[in-house]
Design a protein around this ligand. Sequence first.
Ligand code: G3H
Ligand code: 13P
Ligand code: ZN
Length: 328
Amino acid sequence: MPLVNSKKMFEQAYKNGYAIGAFNVNNMEIVQGITEACKEEKAPVILQVSKGARAYANHTYLVKLVEAAVKECPDIPIVLHLDHGPDFETCKACIDGGFTSVMIDGSSLPYEENVAVTKKVVEYAHNHVPYVTVEGELGTLAGIEDDVQVEHGAESYTRPEEVIDFVTRTGVDSLAIAIGTSHGAYKFKPEQCTRNKDGVLVPPPLRFDILEEVSKKLPGFPIVLHGSSSVPQEYVKMVNENGGKMPDAVGVPEEQLREASKLSVCKINIDSDLRLAMTGTIRKFFNDHPEKFDPREYLKPARANIKELVRHKLKDVLGCAGKAEECL
Ligand code: G3H
Ligand code: 13P
Ligand code: ZN
């Protein structure tokens, strides 16, 4: 089947209490690792491309890689989504260039400017044939996304009193909210956390109260969580034991993401975990085999570990394994 937008996926995910994984893609091995897991687990999937990914790999290469995945996985629905679209022009270029879904991220703009740019993107996307779905955002996450860096402490939670006005005036298909997640591998400062008996940092819980208030105001409406990597400690350890230096990297506990996906959260964004799996595996490979230099030899285990990580997310965190057919 051809690429699809996210409408049917979100309807099913909302109704049946699961979330769709939105995984960032930057090269062939990442696309393959993700989609091979989704094919075997019969899971719907969103492949998302950031401004940085387009700058790194080139729009056309990424579209063609995703089209190859569609051909290899004919029985699962796949969305090609722009992650953190910074302006109307980038969203338009992606819509005109084959994406089936876009995010316009006006979350760092004053509220009225966020409404205006989001509405403009929605008008363009919804009038496109075929219909392209649009994600907007209210509230800011700490961390780095392309050019925007928000320091810890300067982030702001979504204000539930704004969501009805925002969704009604813009016409967005889904809304990303800020409830305590953040981008990258250092989601919480050590002083915000406690330590368990093994010395591993335990972060403060996400603001489920805000999620519930938003959901009450927008019944049936799909909510998106960014910054939802869990930063698996096995990969942090692998990085650190093989020449890397990532002290106190910590993510969102998977149980909380599972909980959110049973509520109104229909899309969960994961990028850093894939980066960690890839980097940890490659670091270990070179440590174990300093004489090797064939990229295929170190990219193969990296791709395999991305695949296993995604399989685990689909089955144990998102709850979307086996749901491909109902999303077609
Ligand atoms: O939200 C940010 C994503 O992890 C994409 O990261 O802008 O470095 O490609 P990037
Ligand atoms: P992570 O950094 O937690 O993987 O978040 C990715 C993301 O939100 C992409 O938009
Ligand atoms: Zn994000």
